[in-house]
Design a binder for this molecule. Structure first.
Ligand code: CA
Length: 473
């Protein structure tokens, strides 16, 4: 009997915000700032998820969650400094044990050597740490080699080569994990002059003054006008500009290189989709495009991520599987990165281990919302004052509200600064204030909402086995 289990191609980029994809512009929430025809092709052939969220908006922690199906206090990767202990159960291991061919190419960022090397893959080649855009080194079980060329092309070449060599009698699971469009936003030659003659529109919150929120927003060091460095900008700031002109100039430098890196990803996604078409694999292959978290594209005057604010919290998530997902469909239910591995196992017909903490969203893919589907999520960012000086916080988002608690303490986390700040709460009414510019935490009209959300926050926190901040006020 021919093999019926679906193949899985899981493409994940690094720091690609949903609002830098033209298929997401269709929702009207953000203006279109670029064109991504191949990602749009994937969306048109499958489902676009409008409310996919990460449980911690930072690279290694999100990746650990996706592999293990657990929150960061469980898998141990709470910060960038933490490494994944590969002895944990991961979805690639389970697929491999069930007869799937498995491979990983590209970004790993979960440590190297001993128990930190990738596990559960028949073949892997990964960038050391963040890796390089041009002529990158890649590590595999036999050592380290330099690959001439541009990183996004190379990762795709390796993926296509592996697909070509696969055993055609067995299903496969391929992880294509791009480095781009992570800082330092270095485009390839083919896209180097793209957008040269146009201005990318500035977001509506570009000149945010950080009033009406907890102190964390003003304290963060990720401002376009102040915190981009020469390596980011790649050319000297012109002389004689007013501060406003200089901020706009820096934004254009930043966003154009970011979008150029995405244009290369889009081309390479097209190459993979073409291969699947040519091989007759499209019908029985699940193709996913996502990113490890979102990103601020000048929103709130920022670049980077980390905050529980929407542009950083939200992940793009496209999924195509013609056998089961209606072409051009949209899902507005909440799904989380911790739900990905359960969903993959569901499609492979495998039981989900008890240690996994998410839930399969396969019913949503079929256009059915199960009774009692999740309407809230728990988030925690642990890296107090690390890198961009963002305060540690946790919170809850429901379909309408978002409650954030900046407990603002390192609590002994590695790679963080042990300097406690004053704890503060924020509450946003996303229906009235979708850009999160005005916290209504202290507004008596929202007292009942705050009370209910604090109960929900505690419920979720206990459900996933995390610990409230001692002395939460
Ligand atoms: Ca990232």
């Amino acid at each position: 009997m021919p093999e019926q289990r679906p193949n899985i191609v899981f493409i994940m980029s690094d720091d690609h915000a949903a609002h830098a994809m033209s298929c997401y512009a269709a929702s009207g929430e953000y203006p279109a700032i670029n064109s991504t025809p191949n990602l749009d092709r994937l969306a048109a052939g499958g489902m676009r998820f409008g409310h996919c969220y990460c449980t911690n908006s930072i690279c290694a922690p999100s990746r650990a969650t996706i592999l293990t199906g657990t929150y960061n206090h469980v898998n141990g990767v709470t910060t960038l400094a933490a490494k994944l202990d590969g002895r944990q159960v991961t979805f690639p291991k389970l697929l491999q044990a069930a007869g799937y061919q498995t491979a990983l190419f590209g970004k790993w960022h979960l440590g190297h050597g001993g128990v930190h090397d990738p596990t559960g893959f028949d073949e892997w080649k990964v960038l050391p740490g963040q890796g390089l855009y041009h002529n990158p080194e890649l590590i595999d079980p036999t050592g380290t080699s330099v690959y001439p060329g541009y990183v996004t092309d190379i990762i795709t070449d390796l993926s296509l080569d592996w697909l070509e060599r696969r055993d055609r009698a067995r299903p496969f699971c391929l992880l294509v994990h791009h480095k781009a469009p992570h800082r330092s936003w270095e485009p390839d030659e083919r896209h180097a002059t793209m957008y040269e003659d146009i201005d990318i529109p500035e977001p509506v919150t570009f000149n945010d003054d950080y009033e009406h929120r907890a102190k964390a927003a003003a304290a963060a060091r990720m401002r376009v006008d102040r915190d981009l460095n020469q390596r980011d900008l790649k050319r000297p700031v012109p002389e004689g500009l007013t501060p406003e002109q200089e901020k706009s100039w820096k934004y254009q430098r930043y966003i154009k290189d970011y979008l150029r890196c995405i244009a290369s990803i889009d081309d390479n996604v097209g190459r993979l989709l073409d291969y699947l078409d040519a091989q007759g694999l499209t019908e029985n292959t699940i193709v996913i495009y996502t990113s490890d978290q979102g990103f601020f594209l000048g929103d709130h005057g920022w670049f980077d991520k980390r905050f529980m604010y929407e542009e950083s919290l939200r992940m793009p998530f496209l999924m195509r599987y013609p056998a089961e997902i209606a072409a051009g469909s949209v899902c507005d239910q909440i799904i989380l990165n911790v739900d990905f591995p359960e969903t993959f196992l569901d499609y492979a017909g495998l039981p989900v281990p008890e240690t996994f903490q998410g839930v399969s969203f396969r019913p949503l893919c079929r256009g059915k919302t199960p009774a009692g589907w999740q309407t809230s999520l728990y988030y925690r960012y642990w890296m107090h004052l690390a890198n961009h000086y963002v305060y540690a916080h946790y919170g809850v988002r429901t379909t309408r509200y978002k409650l954030i608690y900046y407990y603002a303490d390192a609590l002994g986390q590695p790679g963080t600064v042990d300097e406690r700040k004053e704890p503060e709460w924020e509450l946003f009414d996303l229906e009235r204030d979708p850009r999160e510019l005005f916290s209504v935490y202290g507004d008596p009209a929202y007292a009942d909402v705050v009370r209910d959300l604090r109960v929900e926050l505690r419920r979720l926190q206990l459900q996933v086995g995390d610990t409230p901040y001692p002395g939460e006020q």
